[in-house]
Design a protein. Sequence first.
Length: 403
Amino acid sequence: MQVDFIQAVEKLLTVHNVQLTRVTPPFEGLEQFDYGLRKALDPQFDWQEFGQNALNSLPHHTLVLLEGVFELHFAMFRLPNEEDVAYIAGPWITGPRSEKSIEWSTKNLTEEGNRAVTEYYNAVQLLPEEAIGTELHALLALVYPADRFETVVNHEFMPLNFRLDLRVFSEPAFSQGIPAAMIEQRYQSENVMLEAVARGDSAAAFLAMQSSGRFQLEERFNNPLRHRKNLAIIFNTLLRKTIEKASVHPYYIDRISTKYALRIEALTSEKEYHTLVRDMVKEYCIYVQKYSLRNYSPLVQKVINHINLNLDTPLSLKSMAAMCYISPSYLSNIFKQETNQTLTDYINTQRIHRAAGRLARSDLPIAAVAESVGIFDVNYFTKMFKKTMGTTPTQYRRENKER
């Protein structure tokens, strides 16, 4: 039950782009509970003592909401029957840095150190003040008796508050350490997302994209539209190169890349930007599902690409074999072996599916649509269409017409 419970907590936090860190001996990886901030502040920090203090200071039956250095928020809790385990959710922020925090940084840090802290702060997830606490309390109340569970706010929770050694801020490694820790994790999440796109797995890609969203190193409160467009252009390029590695033909890559390049330049708001990015991930995944040929041999890849790019021309087993300098029987055998269908069936299926898309998107006469995919007998086209799609071209257009 507890494993399922923690999975539920992780799923909840993922929606908010907030991580969950398990605190248990020997406390491996604990230094990343704040994305490496404390590690950058004090490379000699005693993580064993920190972890043990967290366990000793955190009571059962209690959700502790607290604020650490630089106004970062965390939540800590334990589960029944887990004596040597605690959990830290966070960090997140609830608004712009206070004037007091900015004044302190300006006074005590070097210019580079202050810039590093600001960059870190702007990269942490912004959430409503009560969001995480309210939702975690509701979940934890399921595993503790209602009359024995409480939420407390503690701004002086000792494991997360310590006296900063100001000498650290003058070290060159400090101003590099904070951004480097954030950038490293952002790149890791970004790579997981791109690997999912290369598989055509949109669900995994969206999940990784949420994680990557924690680490956007940018000014949150002064974010011009041009900056969003630049981010989208970079993202479009990454996705384009990703599906190229998945053996999607350059023709299709250019088509989808150009489509989104035009949409990027037409952006007018940040809300449109977020919608656009999700659309890009979803459609690039669809392109991998539809057009990736990496599971086929180079020979079959060449034949399939030629077919898909020349559906409006005469295509036959004999002409395909001649193009590849092999015998028709050899091509027929290897194509059937790798695709589980004959070359003729594949050509006909692709033509009908291409025609179905044009029927839904245009008002062209049925005969003209048939000719556009290389079928010049409209009666034969109608017969094949009904066999493949289960309905006539006219009925299909009426039911699927894009408005």
